[in-house]
Design a protein around this ligand. Structure first.
Ligand code: FMN
Length: 311
C-alpha cells in the first residue's frame, strides 16, 4: 500500500517537473525577447548620457551665442526670477499727428543713391590714429543711434564712451588676453582659417590709439523707478539695429571703426566699466581716423541680384 502511494507521489512529482519545464521552454523566447529589450534600453540610456556629456565637454561650437550664459559676475540665479518682480509698461501714451517729409521721386532716387555711395565707402579699419575727434561728433552719433526702433519702445541700450587712456589700455589688456586664448583654443581651426584673409589676430593696437572706444551694452531687462524689472523684448535685435544706425552715423561724420565682438570679455569689461548685471556687452567700436598707412582687405560685396528677391 505504502509502496503504491510512493509510486503515485513520484509520478505526481515528475508530472509537475515536466509541466514546469514545458512551460519554461515555451516561454524562453519571450524571456529572451524581454532581456534583449531591457539590454537595449540600458545601452541607449548609457549612450545618450555619453553623447550629452560629450556635447558638454566639446569645445563650444557657438560660443558667440552663449557668452551671456557664462557671465559669472551676474548673481541673478534663475530661482530669483519671481513674477511679482516684473512690471508691464504704462498703458497710456498720447497719440499725436505725424507730419512726414516728402521728396519728389527724382529727389528720392538721388538721395538713396548718394546714401548708398556714402555707406558703400564704409570699411572696417583696424589701424586707427590717435588724432583727436571732437566730442560733439561722438555725442551726435550716439544721439542718432538712440533714434533706433526697439521692441515695445524699451530702448534697451547703453553706449559707454571711453576716452581715458588708462581705461582704454586696461580694456586692451583684457581683450588681448582673452583674444589670444580665443585664437589659440576657443575658436577652432575653421574660424581661425576663415579670418586669415582679414589678417586679424589678438593684438589690438587700436584699443590704445583710437581717441574713443564705444562699448555697446544690451540691457537684457530694465529697472523701473519702483525697483521692479521691466521686460526688454527683442533686446538684442533692438540694440543691433541701433548699432547699424551708429555705424552709418559714424560713416556720415567721416569717422572710422571696426565692428568688434570681443569673445569672453563681456563680464570683465562690464565690471571694469561698472555697468550693472542686466547689461551685457554686444559690441566694441574703436572710433577715430584711419592711420596714414592703414590697409584694408580688398573685399567685394554681393551684387543686388544676389541679395534681393523680388516677387
Ligand atoms: C557681428 C560682427 C562681428 C565682427 N567681429 C569682428 C572682430 O571681432 N574683429 C574684427 O577685426 N572684425 C570683426 N568684424 C568685422 C568684419 O570682419 C568685417 O565687417 C567684414 O570683414 C567685412 O568688411 P568691411 O566691414 O570692411 O565691409 C565683425 C563684423 C560683424 C558684423
Amino acid at each position: 500500500m505504502l509502496h503504491t502511494e510512493e509510486k503515485l507521489l513520484n509520478l505526481e512529482g515528475r508530472l509537475h517537473i515536466s509541466i514546469v519545464m514545458a512551460l519554461f521552454s515555451s516561454l524562453t523566447p519571450v524571456f529572451i525577447a524581454i532581456i534583449c529589450v531591457l539590454i537595449g534600453a540600458i545601452l541607449k540610456k548609457t549612450n545618450g548620457e555619453k553623447e550629452k556629456h560629450e556635447t558638454k565637454s566639446k569645445p563650444l561650437s557657438h560660443p558667440w551665442v552663449d557668452e551671456d550664459l557664462k557671465d559669472g559676475t551676474d548673481h541673478h540665479s534663475e530661482e530669483e526670477v519671481v513674477d511679482e518682480e516684473w512690471q508691464g509698461l504704462e498703458e497710456n501714451v498720447a497719440h499725436v499727428p505725424f507730419f512726414a517729409e516728402r521728396y519728389s521721386e527724382a529727389e528720392m532716387i538721388k538721395r538713396s543713391q548718394m546714401f548708398y555711395e556714402l555707406l558703400n565707402k564704409r570699411r572696417s579699419v583696424r589701424f586707427l590714429s590717435d588724432e583727436p575727434v571732437p566730442r560733439e561728433v561722438i555725442d551726435n552719433v550716439i544721439r542718432t543711434a538712440g533714434t533706433s526702433p526697439s521692441g515695445a519702445h524699451t530702448e534697451p541700450w547703453t553706449f559707454v564712451v571711453v576716452q581715458e587712456p588708462y581705461l582704454k589700455h586696461k580694456i586692451r589688456e583684457i581683450v588681448e588676453e582673452e583674444e589670444e586664448i580665443n585664437y589659440k583654443k576657443r575658436m577652432g581651426d575653421r574660424w581661425v582659417n576663415d579670418l586669415k584673409r582679414l589678417r586679424t589676430n589678438w593684438i589690438k593696437e587700436y584699443l590704445d590709439t583710437a581717441p574713443y572706444l564705444i562699448l555697446i551694452f544690451k540691457q537684457v531687462y530694465g529697472q523701473l523707478p519702483n525697483g521692479k524689472k521691466k521686460t526688454h523684448y527683442y533686446n538684442e535685435i533692438s540694440v543691433s539695429i541701433a548699432c547699424g544706425i551708429l555705424l552709418a552715423a559714424l560713416q556720415n561724420a567721416g569717422l572710422y571703426t571696426v565692428t568688434s565682438t570681443p569673445l569672453n570679455c563681456g563680464p570683465q569689461l562690464r565690471v571694469l566699466l561698472q555697468r550693472p548685471a542686466n547689461e551685457k556687452l554686444l559690441l566694441l567700436l574703436p572710433v577715430g581716423y584711419p592711420k596714414k598707412d592703414a590697409t584694408v582687405p580688398a573685399l567685394t560685396r554681393k551684387p543686388l541680384e544676389d541679395i534681393m528677391v523680388v516677387m
